[in-house]
Every structure is written in C-alpha cells, then in structure tokens.
Design a protein around this ligand. Sequence first.
Ligand code: 5GP
Length: 200
Amino acid sequence: MQKGLLIVISAPSGSGKSTVREELMRRENFAYSVSATTRPPRAGEVNGVDYWFVTREQFEEKIKNGDMLEHAIYNGNYYGTPLREALRVVESGRNLLLEIEVEGAMNIKRQYPEAVLIMLLPPSFSEQERRLRSRGTETDEVIAGRLKQTYEEMTYFDRYDYFVVNETVDKCADDIQDIVHAEKWAVKRHLEVPSTYFEA
Ligand code: 5GP
C-alpha cells in the first residue's frame, strides 16, 4: 500500500490559513495533526482540538523522550508535532496535514525528504495588513511585528516545493488539492510501474 503524504503548510498570520485548512478538511479525507504547544489557549480554543496545551516542563520531557517529530520556538513558546500519531496516520495510507512554521517545516524536510512543503501566501503585504487589521483584536505594534515576521518567513520561500496564493478560500483549496493529487502520481513515489499495468 502507498503511504499517505506528509503535507506541510506554512503561512504567515493573516494569510487565512485556518479557513483554508477547514475548507480542505471538508473536501478531503485528510488527517490533521494536532500540535502540542506551551502557549496559553486563546478564547474558544479547545485542548486536543486546536492544540495540546502543555507546560514547558511537559514539552521538554517530550523532546527528551523523542516523542516529537519536529519542534520549534515561535514567539517564545514551544510548538511541536507529536511523532507517534503522525507516523501511524501516514503508515495507514492517509494523507496528513501539518500546519507549522518555517523552522519546523525545514526540520520535517530534512527527516522526510518526501514531505510536500507548501507555502501559503496572502495576495500582497497590503492585503495581509488589511486582514490583520480587520480582525480588530491586535494592536499596531503586534501587527507591525507580524508583518516583520512575514518578511523573515518569506526568506524560506525557495526551500518550499510549492506556493499557493490565497486570493479566495475556494481557489486556494482547489490549488492545494491539485498539488496533492499530482504528487500522488509522482514517479518518485512509485518504485516501479504498477503491476496491474502488465495484466492481460
Ligand atoms: P499560533 O500561536 O498563531 O496558533 O501559531 C503560531 C505559529 O506556530 C504558526 O505559524 C503555526 O503554523 C505554528 N505551529 C503550529 N503548530 C506547530 C508545530 O507543531 N510545529 C511548528 N514548528 N510550528 C507550529
């Protein structure tokens, strides 16, 4: 059986990534990897759904025990992908979606060169700024920080396999589906011509 794909999506804040993820999950039978983090839950976030919220000590214990597929520090907090569940899903043939920042994505690519790395971008910096402001929840200082972070994240652009621009959620989900479907038929993922080809 063909293994599932490890699909890594990285996106600056304000690129609309959670909406895109929800749309993708609605369309495809992807599994989603719930990350562990030491950042406190935001209003409405649920443990085990949005993240596994853990203490710093618990997180460091997981790293020590080799329980994380990858991890990174982002804005002073740990974030990481639990190893066991990710491997179980991929081995079962199901595609797994990870939504992680750039350092974690690089980590994954080093360990699993067959992972598919997709950078999701807002249509432009000005549109991203508009989206961040329209949330109405963040101060000017936080918004400026997010935009600066985006410039830094975009320096990783050429290390990704694909990029997708989020003009509209539908179009963006279409593009990601196209990538995933094409990847399934990449010659590099098949060690030989499928045996059914030679049947009479
Ligand atoms: P937020 O705190 O806004 O939910 O996420 C901050 C950043 O951490 C986002 O870029 C998000 O994609 C990233 N992130 C979430 N989970 C993980 C993870 O398991 N590993 C890594 N490396 N980054 C993550």
